[in-house]
Design a protein around this ligand. Sequence first.
Ligand SMILES: [Ca+2]
Length: 443
Amino acid sequence: MKLLYPLLIVAVILTALVGAQARKPNVIIIFTDDQGSVDAGCYGTRDIQTPHTDSLAKRGIRFTQFYAAAPVCSPSRAGLLTGRYPLRAGVPGNTTSIKGRPGMPGEQITIAEHFKSQGYKTAHIGKWHLGYIPQHMPNAQGFDYSFGHMGGCIDNYSHFFYWQGPNRHDLHRNGKEVFEDGKFFPDLMVREACDFIKENQDSPIFMYFAMNTPHYPYQGEAHWLKAYEKLPHPRKLYNAFVSSQDARIGDLLTYLDELGLREDTIVIFQSDHGHSTEERAHFGGGSAGPYRGAKFSLFEGGIRVPAIISWPGTLPQGKTITKIAHSCDWLPTLAELAKVQLLEASIDGKSLAPLLLGKTKEGPHGILHWQVGNGARAQWAVRDGDWKLIGNVRDTSNPKSAGVPVSRLFLSNIKADPGELTNHAKEHPEIVERLKAAHDSFR
Ligand SMILES: [Ca+2]
């Protein structure tokens, strides 16, 4: 008996150690809305203050050729959450902002479902925009907890959707309407996220923190409006909103630091697509930097986005990756990093884990595809190496020309001409044919 007690104690300690080692990392995906290709300090923009986004890049890896799955909200989100091209995820274009209308089909398996199946507690905080019927809302798509709005955007203080009549209140907790009149939505998001983290520390956490910023309406805080008052309109409005967003990212990251969870948490930051030039965005404000295009366009400015992954202690810090990647890759990447077994592997994304961990210098992609909408007039694109072909081109860089097709086919060499100013389609019919055939077989 005397010998048995020390043995038992050793066994208990060993079990605890093994248990601690086997604990899976938390995952937080910060997904911003309509943030332009270069609109963060760490992406070279000089006139916006984004210290917290920049610090995430310093404590992680920043991508320079990262693509959204689509140049518009809902299909971009479907690509992120399913790891599938939006067309295959059943979300070719924007879904509804109206209660009672469907969105992403329930049979799609989301990243939340994969992670939940392995013991993760899962939360959706913020924007949804993937269906407004109970079967397609977050709680039916793998999220234990959901707080936010179901449509495409809200006023950040009244939480009303004002952009098609009749105006509707859209704030929900676990599918039930809740009221928080007058409270700044990004603050509510931080509050909900911190509470969820605090209450679920016994399990690993998967959180989809889908910010409704800097999507219109531009509602930056007064002190940021003051800070940018000398900039031209509407840049000053947009910048104030981006800095207000950045402060909330700071609040969330600071909370993780306070709990000592930073090294146990993989944080991803990405914009859902390029900046908006819509009327409701004052015809601009955001910037695509050297790139052509904006939201709704398959030119680089519509789909090349800021993207960062940070996991201090495990992934390198302050590193830049120039290889091509896209948002469908996060699902298999996170699954590999967190050792989460996928429920099924029928996805289009590829794991970036070997690239992130420095085990390879090669990117996983030979060819990437996009298509927005369905039918013969749907805009599509293929990128293969340095070449990119766009079909049914739409250039939204200049709001006055928005919606006007530039030409049917536009072939560019992204390496030589990242601004996609020269159309090489007539010069290289053989490349056009090859990429067109690749798109046809993809579709
Ligand atoms: Ca968006």
